[in-house]
Design a protein around this ligand. Structure first.
Ligand code: 9MR
Length: 499
């Protein structure tokens, strides 16, 4: 079909992707930048890379290392409901929390409030109503206002053992699935997560605060768990965040992956950590690693290089996703950790006298490399100093935009044996109400996971179609979906059809 100007009009575009691998310094994405001197503290190196590096602490642990090495502070226990809530949702005993917030302010550190709604350490709030929870939420948020950059509004809402369900005990017993369809988002349903975030958002807006509202959980870090099975807990968290960010209400601003990595099969550091961070980031939320510690057993009882490499991997996964904006370790030294026997932190020693471990040096080195591997489709970040890219990131050349239908392009985050593809679907000169992507995968590639799309097929020709909330795209605008695959992604072809 030819339009009046003589151009060929097609409803679909085949993008044969001559994928250009970004070599060395990532010059294609950010331009060549001169080498910069390495920073000597975690705080400074992270700041230069455009994220915070923080620590959990209590007033007794505020030695000089805290403001030297860390740019963010999470009260390890002093803002939990059992410390500060009264049974009617008021505040009590806020002295320790105040000390921590004041210290952070004096030292120009961000604060993460931890935590408002939690089944554990609920103290006098245990068993209370949503109304009382809402009162507490209002009181806690307004007490410290914008001095708290991020609040963990809801903590650990999901059940253990990779069953993909919510917890059933209070406060989750306040939720109702009226039609029994397994979710809490229908008319007639009530959801303690939604209702707590609604209240928190209302308080933030009414008071003109800059505080961002987060949901935080553990064992949600990878797309898969040990052995390669799907991480159902991560999927459940993703479904919640999607429901409360993509609809008419944008209730959730940030997601915390606690990242207490250990030898529990659901708590491992998987190769798809970055891909999981990326899919949450693609929902428009910030992602944080909030309570990082890495059990030395994960590296054969090696508190040296094995643990250091694991730390490096986690830090790199965050750096490679532009919206991964912070990493917090759950304490300073092994001896002062909640899991001291597992020696999971960055320092030995204690009581203000600390020695750096190999893991410390690895984290500092990785932070100093900056965000060199960041996905070019993500928001811009400051260019980094280093040339090291791992895993590699590649991007398709821009594809022609079909004037009437849609077009597609893909960026690939690749590692040995796998990749994550972020596919951008762009409407042509008219709005579209739905789309279908036919992907031709190279031999050896097989899809293991996908998000923001329906899928049929696994290898060879794989079809993706819009889901309910992302079918409509205004003229010239785009939406993105993603998939993870084994094998290599270079040579993938895409056909976009408006439906
Ligand atoms: O590190 C905290 C420890 O001192 C407390 O005794 C414990 C009580 O539950 O909570 C620890 O912190 C937890 C955090 O609040 C939520 N995620 C898991 C953390 C480690 O248990």
């Amino acid at each position: 079909m030819t339009d009046p100007s003589g151009r060929v009009r097609i409803r679909s575009v085949v993008a044969a992707l001559a994928v250009a691998v970004l070599a060395g310094g990532g010059a294609v994405a950010v331009g060549k930048v001169p080498a910069l001197a390495a920073e000597t503290t975690l705080r400074a190196a992270a700041a230069k890379a455009g994220l915070f590096f923080g620590v959990a602490a209590s007033p007794g642990r505020l030695s000089s290392i805290v403001n030297q090495e860390f740019g963010q502070l999470t009260p390890e226990n002093d803002m939990k409901p059992d410390s500060i809530a009264t049974s009617s949702g008021g505040l009590r005993n806020t002295g320790n929390a105040d000390t921590l917030v004041n210290y952070a302010q004096t030292n120009n550190m961000l604060v993460r409030g931890h935590t408002l709604v939690w089944h554990s350490q609920a103290g006098q709030l245990q068993g209370t109503s949503q109304a009382t929870l809402n009162t507490f939420i209002g009181n806690a948020i307004t007490r410290w206002g914008s001095r708290i950059a991020y609040w963990d509004v809801v903590n650990e809402a999901l059940d253990d053992n990779n069953n993909g369900r919510r917890r059933t005990q209070w406060p989750h017993s306040l939720s109702r699935d009226a039609n029994g369809d397994g979710d809490y988002v229908d008319a007639g349903d009530t959801d303690v997560i939604r209702d707590s975030f609604r209240r928190a958002k209302e308080v933030v807006q009414q008071n003109g605060l800059t505080t961002k509202l987060c949901i935080n959980d553990y064992d949600v870090e990878g797309l898969t768990v040990s052995g390669g099975a799907r991480n159902n807990k991560a999927q459940a968290l993703y479904d919640i965040v999607r429901a409360y960010t993509q609809g008419t209400e944008r209730l959730i601003d940030c997601v915390g992956f606690q990242a207490h990595f250990n030898d529990n099969p659901n708590s491992i550091i998987s190769d798809d950590l970055q891909a999981n961070i990326q899919r949450f980031a693609d929902l428009g939320v910030e992602v944080h690693i909030t309570e990082l510690d890495i059990d030395d057993d994960l590296s054969n009882n090696d508190i040296g290089q094995g643990q250091a490499n694991n730390y490096r991997k986690v830090v790199r996964a965050c750096l490679n996703v532009a919206r991964c904006t912070g990493i917090t370790v759950w304490g300073i030294a092994d001896s002062e950790s909640w899991r001291s026997s597992e020696r999971g932190l960055l320092f030995t020693g204690g009581s203000g006298n600390y020695q750096k471990k190999a893991a410390y040096s690895a984290v500092l080195d990785e932070l100093n490399k900056g965000r060199s591997g960041v996905n070019p489709s993500s928001p811009p970040v400051s260019p980094s100093a280093s040339a090291s890219v791992s895993p590699s990131v590649s991007v398709s050349p821009s594809t022609p935009t079909d004037p009437s239908g849609c077009s597609a392009s893909v960026s690939l985050n690749s590692w040995t044996g796998g990749f994550v593809a972020t596919v951008r679907v762009t409407a042509g000169s008219s709005a579209i109400n739905g789309w279908r992507i036919t992907a031709g995968l190279p031999a050896g590639a097989a899809v293991t996971n996908h998000w923001n799309a329906e899928r049929s097929g696994t290898s060879g020709t794989v079809q993706f179609a819009n889901v309910g909330y992302n079918g409509r795209i205004a003229a010239g605008q785009f939406t993105e979906f993603g998939f993870q695959s084994s094998g290599a992604g270079a040579g993938t072809t895409l056909t976009c059809t408006a439906t």
